[in-house]
Design a protein around this ligand. Structure first.
Ligand SMILES: Cc1ncc(COP(=O)(O)O)c(C=O)c1O
Length: 260
């Protein structure tokens, strides 16, 4: 445990300076190359096979985040799409999103047939809870706070607003992978969280994403949203069947991420 932050005169953990450009790929070295080669040599490329790398990453993130369920997908955008679908959010609904975010946050909301309603941000860089409350209508089903640039937003106040109005919270943690709010990992406070593992993130597999939640129903519906063939594996969930989209990911991602 660090006694004093470097900014307060403690010993810096990183002495070389933060690499410029694409953060994730900037740290790729032999460790990742060897790990990916091993996956290729194993020929174990099926996401659902015993001991698959995707299942391993899901298990690792369940343990790290202290959540019950985690689903690896192919991007942060699809993680948000799956999480919203998992929460039963769909056409006719509205979801409140911040005016300051990457376009994928609102695009994911539109992709599930839902209207993104834009609320103001404040100096947390995230949603202003007072403006969120102003934007609630009869159609609002969820709030989608975004923790921008590694900085958690006003989570406690957003939770209060959500509880008062019976709304779900889906946390976009795509820019805050591994960030914590009052000791808890962001994304584990609302109903579900979403990570991006793209080329620009602190851990990166080029493209990748993760949905995580304590709620089995959100997890199961998210899994159906990620894979149209899910009814082959789980037979009695006809109401979850999605047509068309596949957001599954390849097994090369996990060894790269775990090395990082
Ligand atoms: C805040 C935010 N949300 C969502 C996304 C989408 O993630 P991805 O590019 O992995 O689809 C990003 C990606 O940069 C992001 O910054």
């Amino acid at each position: 445990m660090i006694e004093k932050l470097a900014i307060d005169g403690g010993d810096p953990v990183v002495t070389d300076g933060i690499p410029k450009g694409m953060h994730g790929p900037s740290v790729i070295d032999e460790q990742e190359t060897n790990a990916v080669t091993k996956v290729l040599e194993s020929q174990n490329l099926f996401r659902f096979s015993d001991n698959s790398e995707v299942l391993k990453f899901e298990q690792e993130t369940v343990e790290l985040l202290g959540v019950k369920h985690s689903l690896m997908v192919n991007s942060g955008t699809s993680a948000i799409i799956c999480a919203l679908t998992g929460g039963g959010i769909g056409p006719g609904d509205e979801v409140i999103v911040p005016g300051y975010t990457f376009i994928a946050t609102a695009a994911a909301v539109v992709a599930v047939g839902v209207v993104p309603v834009i609320a103001k941000i404040d100096d947390s860089l995230g949603l202003d809870p007072t403006d969120v409350e102003r934007k609630i209508t009869l159609h609002t089903k969820a709030i989608l706070p975004v923790h921008m640039q590694g900085v958690p937003g006003r989570v406690d106040q957003i939770v209060d607003v959500a509880n008062q109005h019976n709304l779900q919270i889906f946390e976009d943690c795509c820019q805050c992978v591994g960030g914590r709010y009052r000791g808890r990992f962001v994304g584990t406070i609302g109903n579900a969280g979403a990570w991006s593992l793209n080329f620009y993130k602190v851990i990166s597999t080029g493209e990748g994403g993760l949905v995580f939640t304590d709620d089995y129903e959100i997890y199961e519906r998210s899994a159906f949203a990620s894979d149209p063939a899910m009814p082959m594996w789980v037979k009695d969930r006809a109401e979850y069947i999605q047509v068309g989209d596949t957001w599954m990911t390849a097994p090369f991602s996990r060894p790269v991420l775990s090395s990082q």
